[in-house]
Structures are given as structure tokens and as C-alpha cells.
Design a protein around this ligand. Structure first.
Ligand SMILES: CC(C)(COP(=O)(O)OP(=O)(O)OC[C@H]1O[C@@H](n2cnc3c(N)ncnc32)[C@H](O)[C@@H]1OP(=O)(O)O)[C@@H](O)C(=O)NCCC(=O)NCCS
Length: 170
């Protein structure tokens, strides 16, 4: 089940956030963040949105956040980030979260979605985003220090979602 995150979901989000960041392969967030710091980074208020996924038995499966990639005159392009609980990975949770994020972006009228920093060695993520139609615009060389691969590139990935936000240029 996917739904908007509530404050109490932080208790499920924070351990998964820490485990994924400490693994050192996918996100350039600092380690050892407090729950409050994680909430500020991940559970952003509107116009952003944080989504959580739970199994029917209440097991936490993962989370995504989405919203404008830039404020002001850049807020017609969305961005998003995803974290699936390590034990739940490879079972379709990431794809379900991404489908919902893209559905919401279209509903909200965003014109495109941009991922700013996809680690090039994160093959499952790159494959999933490409399956959904994202293309790699550029790769910032040696921009991420991977635990297992050393300095690797960060892809900027992009998908048009054909909304009309910002059509008046204001
Ligand atoms: C990347 C991530 C969001 C994908 O979510 P997931 O639930 O594990 O992936 P899914 O089960 O939905 O798989 C979707 C697709 O990803 C790809 N994929 C998943 N696991 C893969 C693997 N081990 N190797 C290669 N491709 C893989 C496949 O294309 C798969 O589609 P398919 O099942 O039709 O072949 C998730 O693994 C995750 O949170 N990883 C850690 C944090 C992260 O990397 N976040 C994204 C940063 S850009």
C-alpha cells in the first residue's frame, strides 16, 4: 500500500535511510544524521511530497520523496528520490513508488522530471529509470565516492512528463 507519509512514519524511514546511506553506494547524504535531520531532508512539506510503502502485514517497504527540483522559476521541473528497505529490494517496490511519483508529477502539471545524482554504478536504479523512459543527459565524472568502486560518476537523468506548469513564464 502506498500513501502519503505521516510524522510517525519517521520511525520506519530513519533506519532505512541510515542503512542505505551507510552502505555508501547510492546517496551522498551525510552519515549519522539525527531523526530530525532525516525528517528535514526526506519528509519535506508541500509543495513536495513524501510517500511510504507498507506491506499488508504492516512491514515497512520503502519511501520516495518528490517535488520541484528548483524553487521559483525552476519549479516546473520535478525531482524525486527513492529508498527501498534492503530486505524488500528487487520485488517491485521501487517500480511502484516510481509509477506513483510519475503519476503525481503529471497530475501536478510538471513538464519533466530530473534526477540530479544517480550513481553510475547503481545498476538496478539506472536500469529502472531507463525502463521508465529516463535518459542520461550527462555524467559528472568521479563525483561520488563509492564504498566499493571508488570515485564514480553521477548521472543527471531526465524524462519529459508533458505538463503545462509554467506555460505563462511567471
Ligand atoms: C533502486 C531502488 C529504488 C529500486 O527499487 P527495487 O524495489 O529494488 O526495484 P524493483 O524490484 O522495483 O525493480 C525494478 C527494476 O529495477 C531493475 N533492477 C532491480 N534490481 C536489480 C538488480 N539487482 N540488478 C539489475 N537491475 C535491477 C530491474 O530493471 C527491475 O525491473 P524488472 O524486475 O522488470 O527486471 C532500490 O533498490 C533502492 O532503494 N536502492 C537503494 C537506494 C537507491 O539506490 N535509490 C535510488 C537512487 S537513484
Amino acid at each position: 500500500m502506498l500513501r502519503d507519509a505521516r510524522a510517525e512514519d519517521l520511525a520506519d524511514i530513519a533506519p532505512v535511510f541510515r542503512a542505505i546511506v551507510e552502505d555508501g553506494e547510492t546517496y551522498a547524504y551525510p552519515q549519522n544524521l539525527s531523526d530530525e535531520q532525516i525528517a528535514a531532508l526526506w519528509m519535506e512539506p508541500p509543495p513536495s511530497r513524501c510517500i511510504v510503502a507498507y506491506a499488508v502485514d504492516g512491514t515497512f517497504l520503502g519511501t520516495a520523496k518528490t517535488g520541484p527540483n528548483r524553487p521559483g522559476r525552476g519549479d516546473h521541473i520535478a525531482t524525486a528520490s527513492f529508498m527501498v528497505a534492503p530486505l524488500a529490494q528487487g520485488r517491485g517496490v521501487g517500480r511502484a513508488l516510481a509509477d506513483e511519483v510519475l503519476r503525481w508529477a503529471r497530475e501536478e502539471g510538471y513538464t519533466a522530471m530530473q534526477f540530479n545524482a544517480v550513481v553510475e554504478t547503481n545498476t538496478s536504479a539506472v536500469a529502472l529509470w531507463q525502463q521508465l523512459g529516463f535518459r542520461i543527459l550527462a555524467t559528472v565524472p568521479r563525483a561520488f565516492r563509492s564504498t566499493r568502486h571508488g570515485k564514480v560518476g553521477l548521472h543527471i537523468m531526465y524524462l519529459e512528463v508533458s505538463g503545462s506548469r509554467g506555460a505563462s513564464t511567471s
